[in-house]
Design a binder for this molecule. Structure first.
Ligand code: SAM
Length: 195
């Protein structure tokens, strides 16, 4: 099996499943059309409803799309486990309770597919959000970022994230990236594991 299929280049589900269990708290930092939110909910949903997905997007349209996808895909009880916020992901600590640590914080950067292409994630707020994600991450948890380099500003955002992850202390964090060498415009996946 090629590694891109194994990992899932647009949604690294197998890596997520390696760290996430039902009942966990997880954070979707960029809800978009809700596909990642739904995949994360399916991993954490449990009978006692202790699992929780916090979802963020700066666009109301994205949160509407996410909500509609959940309506079509899960039970009302499962949907209750998802909390959506129309705020910048750098403010995740404003709404996720202090005592809730996440097993996974997922970023799927760039613009809303099918939406306005000029509304994109930006390096300054993405780095602030990654720092917030570090503080909200449980030991053994994972920050994953799908970084698109094919749109204006994408390469700069990738460079900022690579620089950020490269400087994290190796005693506490394990940082790696997966890049398609013979498709230079393909998205790059960055994993930041908290040891
Ligand atoms: N995860 C989504 C899915 O499964 O469909 C795709 C996400 S899309 C590639 C990127 C999203 O990031 C867009 O919907 C965009 O509005 C959102 N975004 C841009 N800047 C943001 C910010 N500062 N905070 C939160 N979301 C942001």
């Amino acid at each position: 099996m090629p590694w891109v299929t194994f990992l899932g280049i647009t949604r690294p589900l197998r890596v997520w499943k390696y760290v996430v269990r039902s009942g966990d708290t997880v954070i979707d930092a960029t809800c978009g059309n809700g596909n990642d939110t739904l995949a994360m909910l399916r991993m954490v949903a449990d009978d006692s409803a202790s699992g929780c997905v916090y979802g963020f997007d700066i666009q109301q349209q994205a949160l509407r799309n996410t909500s509609l996808l959940l309506d079509d895909s899960v039970t009302p009880e499962e949907k209750q486990m998802v909390k959506l916020y129309a705020i910048c992901h750098s403010r995740m600590e404003d709404v996720v309770p202090v005592d809730k640590l996440a097993r996974l914080v997922a970023f799927n950067l760039g613009y809303l597919p099918g939406g306005e292409k000029s509304i994109i994630t930006r390096p300054e707020t993405t780095i602030l959000a990654l720092k917030a994600a570090q503080r909200k991450l449980a030991i053994g948890g994972l920050i994953s970022a799908i970084v698109y380099v094919g749109h204006p500003g994408g390469r700069e955002e990738y460079a900022a994230i690579e620089d950020f992850a490269s400087q994290l202390h190796a005693d506490e964090w394990k940082c790696c990236k997966f890049q398609t060498l013979n498709r230079p415009a393909a998205p790059i996946v960055i994993f930041i594991f908290r040891k």
